[in-house]
Design a protein around this ligand. Structure first.
Ligand SMILES: [Zn+2]
Length: 258
């Protein structure tokens, strides 16, 4: 599942391949933007904001969100694509690179001058240059009765955490995902979120255990029924969300997390 660290790495890769180059062809395979043509425009930069990807091209911004299955790949001209063409949503070509966005969750093209306004609903970006822990803490604290896992996963509080980090952070701090915000020491939790995601920023395989071995990189995420790696108790699984539509899978160790 793409989390802030994945999107950060994707932006870095796309920026290295495209920034400063002129678009030779663009192809938006999304009905609302099928007529957008960026050819002849210069790619200024590609950046991430939480789990959002922003490609600044000419006087426009191509905004995408990877959601569950999305991915951007950079290919060389003539190289075979690594995923089937029917999954491609956006293709942006320069003379030396072809960037293909596969199965993107959200695609939007808007004028560059609207970028800050459109992204302003997002909380501080854990991997952004303007990360602000105190601001994140105060946004989370504003909903004292929300379950902590729901508050942590809400990008309006802090941007960059997906469900993997939300579950792992609760484990690392010994907190049940259902515990109410007002009952959770928020500063150490937010501080840990920032340290864990930064430690993973440039890694290929995400780990919260410090262990790189496959199957041992995470404590609780997607491990329902398995023994807890710390105490051996069976890991529990449930669903949690602000409402019925936004339910997310949640895992915890009933003895390590209170
Ligand atoms: Zn345990």
């Amino acid at each position: 599942m793409p989390e802030g660290d994945t999107v950060y790495q994707t932006a870095k890769r796309l920026d290295a391949a495209l920034a400063g180059q002129v678009v030779t062809t663009s192809d938006f395979r999304v009905p609302a933007y099928a007529t957008v043509d960026l050819s002849g425009e210069i790619v200024h930069s590609v950046a991430s904001r939480g789990k959002h990807l922003l490609m600044r091209i000419g006087d426009r911004v191509v905004h995408s969100h990877l959601k569950m299955e999305g991915e951007w790949r950079v290919h060389r001209p003539g190289e075979r694509w690594r995923r089937p063409a029917f999954q491609a949503r956006i293709v942006i070509e320069t003379s030396s690179a072809i960037a293909v966005g596969f199965d993107l969750g959200t695609v939007e093209v808007f004028p560059a001058r609207e970028e800050s306004e459109r992204m302003s609903y997002l909380g501080p970006d854990l991997l952004g240059p303007d990360w602000n822990a105190a601001e994140a803490v105060s946004r989370i604290a504003a909903q004292p009765d929300a379950p902590i896992a729901v508050a942590l996963g809400d990008p309006r509080n802090l941007a960059g955490l997906g469900n993997v980090y939300v579950n792992e952070l609760c484990f690392l701090r010994g907190i049940r995902p259902t515990r109410a915000v007002h009952d959770v020491p928020l500063e150490p939790l937010v501080d840990l979120a920032s340290r864990v995601i930064r430690a993973n920023r440039d890694r290929i395989a995400r780990t919260t255990t410090g262990n790189d071995r496959r199957g041992e990189r995470l404590w609780v995420y997607s491990r329902g029924g398995e023994p807890c790696g710390r105490c051996g108790t069976r890991i529990e699984h449930g669903r949690l969300g602000r409402n019925e539509v936004e339910l997310r899978d949640t895992w915890w160790c009933p003895s390590c997390q209170r």
